[in-house]
Design a protein around this ligand. Sequence first.
Ligand code: HEC
Length: 123
Amino acid sequence: MSKMMLSFVMLTLFSGVTTSVLVNAEESDGKKYSTKEVMKVAFKGGLLKKVSSGNASAEEAKKLHAMLVSLSKNQPKKGDADSWKKLTSALVKASTAVKEGTEGAGAMLQKASNCKACHNIHK
Ligand code: HEC
């Protein structure tokens, strides 16, 4: 609910700002993470595992989500854009579910983070 109210307030204050900018401001923490950085910190570094197993703080879940949003906006150096979009939006969707406390979100995140499935195409 607070998110919607924030959007409403922002929309009222900055009526010239487009919806997509608002969505971006809500979803990411404003930082850009390179794919390598996301791999090192989240995928290899253990943040993703911690979040998907339900042992992370809300702050950590938020950070992972921001990283995955950033990842989804990065350009893969290999593989086509449609495939990248499909794989990364599943990650963003799952990390959103974790943040919102949806049941089974951890398993969803684990499933979406299949290293090999993505590396085979995009690495
Ligand atoms: C959605 C796609 C995707 C998923 C899922 C993914 N990776 Fe990656 N990974 C990449 C891409 C793309 C690169 C190449 C990055 C580059 O070199 O710019 C990469 C590179 C890496 C690297 C090398 C980073 C470096 O410094 O060069 C490591 C380590 C890595 N991934 C670990 C993992 C692990 C572990 C998992 C699973 C838990 C995983 N990745 C899941 C896309 C993915």
